[in-house]
Design a protein around this ligand. Structure first.
Ligand SMILES: [Zn+2]
Ligand SMILES: [Zn+2]
Length: 183
């Protein structure tokens, strides 16, 4: 992390990014408007996060990513889940007891950066795995599609429009009947 000399140490370490060139700010140094945005996200996050302030990587540090993530989760009626490992078997059959050594785990591959897993708020079933890599090569697309095919899921592959931001792409591996193809 770069610690800017003009930034209080508390903000550099515990601060949130607010985008639009605004400085990182911690709770104590936020403007009232910034504090309002954080409070609004916290309010909206009830029923979406597994615990207060347990934001996935990205939204944990960036308020704009929180808002994008919440918009997306509301659009598809989703609740974050925070499992031992992100695994397409969870979407396919509802569970996976193999733990972090599971050979199917989604992590550390070209297409599977910043992986998260989500359940439907009503059925409570795990319905989508999301990854948001920096770009999608033809090889990445083929790999993501192959994982979807192997587990009977639908692949949503988009160059842009991730909630993570920073120009990342969006990969959603959806249970049939959910997501942009569902309902
Ligand atoms: Zn501060
Ligand atoms: Zn697994």
């Amino acid at each position: 992390m770069t610690i800017h000399s003009d930034l209080p140490r508390c903000c550099a370490i515990n601060g949130l990014n607010f985008g639009d060139g605004a400085q990182r700010a911690c709770q104590r140094h936020m403007t009232p408007e910034q504090a309002g945005l954080v409070a609004e996200c916290d309010r909206r996050a009830r029923g979406v996060l597994t615990a207060p302030d347990n934001w996935p990587y990205g939204p944990n540090a960036e308020v704009e990513a929180r808002r994008r993530m919440l918009d997306w989760a509301d659009q598809f009626n989703l609740r974050h889940i925070d499992p031992s490992h992100v695994c397409p078997r969870r979407v396919e059959v509802g569970y996976c007891r193999k733990g972090w050594q599971c050979p199917d785990r989604v992590e550390g591959r070209g297409w599977s950066d910043h992986p998260t897993m989500w359940a439907d708020r009503d059925s409570k079933e795990t319905v989508v795995i999301v990854s948001q890599p920096y770009g999608l090569s033809e090889h990445d697309r083929a790999e993501a599609q192959a994982v979807a095919d192997r587990h009977g899921l639908l692949a949503e592959l988009r160059e842009l429009g991730s909630w993570y931001g920073h120009g990342t792409s969006f990969v959603g591996l959806w249970a049939v009947g959910y997501g942009p193809h569902g309902r």
